[in-house]
Design a protein around this ligand. Structure first.
Ligand code: MN
Length: 288
């Protein structure tokens, strides 16, 4: 398994210059850097090519992740919103191809975070979402890009809350470049068993986010990493495993993720780097 990290551990905004994080991730021991789709869709081509070349130089695999904003909700009953979301995702897929990024995960089947001041019609949204994701999958196919649908907890979205719903959804989509994405942080809230959730997802699993229950780096909390690793090995998972720690307050990242207290032990940059490098070593040992 390849181990990676999400860039936002160090940042307070989603749309930032990812370039310096490529060599940084490599230097800290990672195989993958995951970047945000926010910003990539509108990044000039020369900057996209620079990311690709830097990743090649540093032997880093790039992956992308995004929670689509409300105005790009591809599960919307408003056709204009849905079309805008699809157009945005297609622009993003074009840029991903240029950047040589072959997988994107997150809430690319609806929007994030869900606005619960609005009524929820899950059945209708699900049907619209499936239609949208099929169109996106067919667009991504010639690029060799896989879409991975992130299973998130009930407080953040309502369409796919556990591995069983995700697997059922992906089966209905019926496209080989659409897979399930699980995240230990969300699983901790929604699943009866980490092991069963992963094993029952089996061959449909395409991406895995890791983090502690409070989103600290893996190894600092109580998530059962040995159990998760055993499940991934038992299904012969050979895909990407990316940590997604959020420990600092502030900015759009802090408020979107609801980081209202410092979870870094008031770390400076040097300590943040030391903690995540240690976690990377921990993950490489656990996941093998
Ligand atoms: Mn995640």
């Amino acid at each position: 398994m390849k181990i990676g990290t999400y860039f936002a551990y160090w940042e307070k905004e989603w749309d930032v210059d990812f370039f310096p994080y490529i060599s940084k991730a490599a230097g800290l021991g990672f195989d993958i850097l995951e970047i945000s789709g926010a910003g990539l869709a509108d990044l000039p081509d020369d900057k996209v090519i620079a990311l690709r070349e830097e990743a090649k130089r540093c032997k880093i695999m790039l992956t992308a992740c995004i929670g689509l904003p409300k105005e790009y909700n591809v599960s919307s009953e408003d056709e204009e919103t849905r079309r805008n979301g699809i157009a945005y995702m297609k622009r993003l897929l074009d840029k991903m191809d240029l950047a040589d990024i072959r997988q994107i995960g997150g809430i690319i089947y609806a929007y994030w975070p869900a606005d619960y001041s609005l009524p929820v019609n899950k059945e209708k949204a699900r049907a619209i979402s499936i239609e949208s994701v099929r169109e996106l999958a067919d667009y991504a196919k010639p690029y060799g890009i896989t879409l991975t649908l992130e299973t998130v907890n009930r407080f953040e979205q309502y369409l796919i809350n556990d591995a069983a719903e995700a697997t059922q959804y992906v089966k209905e989509i019926d496209r080989d470049n659409v897979k399930v994405m699980l995240d230990s942080f969300h699983m901790n809230i929604e699943e009866d068993s980490f092991y069963d959730a992963i094993v029952n997802t089996g061959e449909y699993l395409g991406h895995f986010h890791i983090g502690e229950a409070n989103r600290k780096v893996p190894g600092k909390g109580r998530i059962p990493w040995e159990e998760i690793s055993k499940a991934l090995h038992d299904i012969h998972y050979d895909g990407t495993v990316v940590m997604e720690p959020f420990v600092c307050t502030g900015g759009t990242v802090g408020s979107d993720i609801k980081v209202w207290r410092d979870l870094s032990d008031h770390a400076d940059l040097e300590k943040l780097d030391k903690d995540i490098a240690e976690s990377c070593r921990f993950c490489k040992k656990i996941f093998g």
